[in-house]
Ligand binder design. Structure first.
Ligand code: HEM
Length: 390
């Protein structure tokens, strides 16, 4: 265990709202060992930015880690050449150029398809309807698992997230995760002959055509579902909530003074959908006076970096006019998010502007259920009840 100062947390209060504890950590013990998480947390932006690039020490390769055991070793859990080889195949399928040339029009159609289904209702909880449906439909297209429903994609994603954060080893989340990965394998098997006959732009097809071994293809598809569903979903519903609770800022984007992309970026700075990412210490190392020991677990707190007072004034407030460029929403090292361009396009270019365009007089309907946020590793709104003129 590192010789970092020990800081205790109340796990349920941390789940409800991690930001007060993280602010205290940044101010007094920016690198601290938290027994309740059995990990050393790095909470300041510059420290994370530096350490994430030092893969010789802060390794993503976690043999025996829950993600490897339950989902197979994917590219996010590899370092060096092994990682680069797979990312070299995977990333071009959803690169900024490919998103512009291909996925943007797919996202436009899917957004309108989901809104067509919603528009006559007049009111809804955006999380299970608009946000989950659109994120799931986009992920079906991107992965190539068009034979699944958006609900299955969402349930598989949640089951894998619950499985890989099940540090206490409870049987139920593990069984649910195993059922989800088996269902994904079956969906992949069903698509194989179709994609062999008619390849397409999807990640599954692109990885198959590259000759990547099938078990690696399966692991990277599972990674994509576990890491590509909740985050856009939470950004869609969360950003709409943030604008509806800040009408002055809604006015700025509706009158074109600020872009929808800026809204997306500021929302993800304000509540990072992925607040934490783990690493394994590969060799003894001293950083900022803290000595880390081999095999111990370290957590990069991206959500805290995005509230670092050295970069963001009044970080707890949602402000679409601020400079968000120092944010670490998508990470900052060799594992920087491969889906960032797809997310910016889906959420910033389509999901947000079209929701306000096609749901007239959109407003919060808190009489239905007050909005609640939850989570410290993955964080987002649990519900966002709205109404509009239909
Ligand atoms: C708002 C949306 C999203 C956020 C905030 C987000 C955030 C992140 C972060 C923080 C990482 C780095 C993790 C680390 O360093 O350990 C990451 C990695 C990754 N993300 Fe995303 N993500 C989002 C959407 C997506 C989507 C839609 C996809 C796929 C279609 C995706 C695919 C990936 C992959 C494959 C990696 C691993 C990259 C590598 O290891 O080289 N993400 N994401």
């Amino acid at each position: 265990m590192s010789n970092a100062p020990v800081v205790n947390i109340d796990p349920s209060a941390f789940w409800d709202d991690p930001f007060p504890a993280l602010a205290e950590m940044r101010a007094t013990t920016p690198i601290c060992f938290v027994p309740e998480l059995n990990a050393t947390l790095i909470t300041r932006r510059d420290d994370i930015h530096t350490c994430e690039k030092n893969v010789a020490v802060f390794s993503s390769d976690q043999p025996g880690g829950l993600m490897n055991v339950l989902m197979g070793q994917n590219m996010m859990r590899k370092d060096g050449d092994d990682h680069r080889k797979e990312r070299f195949v995977y990333y071009p399928a959803i690169s900024p150029n490919k998103v512009k040339a291909w996925w943007a029009s797919v996202f436009a159609d899917l957004t309108n398809m989901v809104l067509d289904d919603l528009i006559d209702r007049g009111s809804a909880d955006l999380v299970p309807t608009y946000a989950t449906a659109l994120s799931g439909e986009a992920l079906k297209a991107i992965t190539g698992l068009t034979n699944a429903t958006f609900q299955e994609i969402n349930d598989w994603s949640q089951a894998m997230i619950d499985g890989i954060s099940n540090y206490v080893g409870a049987p139920e989340p593990e069984a649910r995760c195993n059922a989800a990965t088996a269902a994904i394998d079956a969906a992949i098997d069903e698509r194989l002959p179709e994609l062999e006959h008619t390849p397409d732009m999807s990640l599954l097809s692109v990885m198959l055509q590259s000759g990547m071994p099938l078990d690696q293809v399966r692991a990277n598809i599972k990674l994509t579902i576990s890491g590509g569903q909740n985050e856009p979903r939470d950004a869609i519903a969360g950003a709409i909530y943030a604008l509806l609770t800040n009408p002055d800022q809604l006015e700025l984007v509706l009158n074109g003074s600020v872009t929808w992309q800026q809204v997306f970026e500021e929302y993800c700075r304000w509540v990072a959908p992925i607040c934490m990412s783990p690493r394994r210490i590969a060799q003894s190392h001293t950083f900022q006076g803290v000595t880390f020991e081999p095999e111990e677990r370290v957590m990069f707190m991206f959500g805290s970096a995005n509230h670092d007072e050295d970069y963001f004034t009044n970080p707890g407030s949602f402000d679409i006019t601020r400079d968000v460029s120092p944010n670490l929403t998508f990470g900052a090292g060799p594992h920087v998010c491969a889906g960032a361009a797809a997310s910016r396009s889906l959420v910033g270019d389509f999901a947000l502007p079209l929701a306000f365009e096609r749901l007239p007089d959109l407003q919060l309907d808190e009489s239905a259920a007050p909005t609640r946020f939850g989570g410290w590793a993955f964080r987002g709104p649990l519900n966002v009840s709205v109404k509009w003129t239909s």
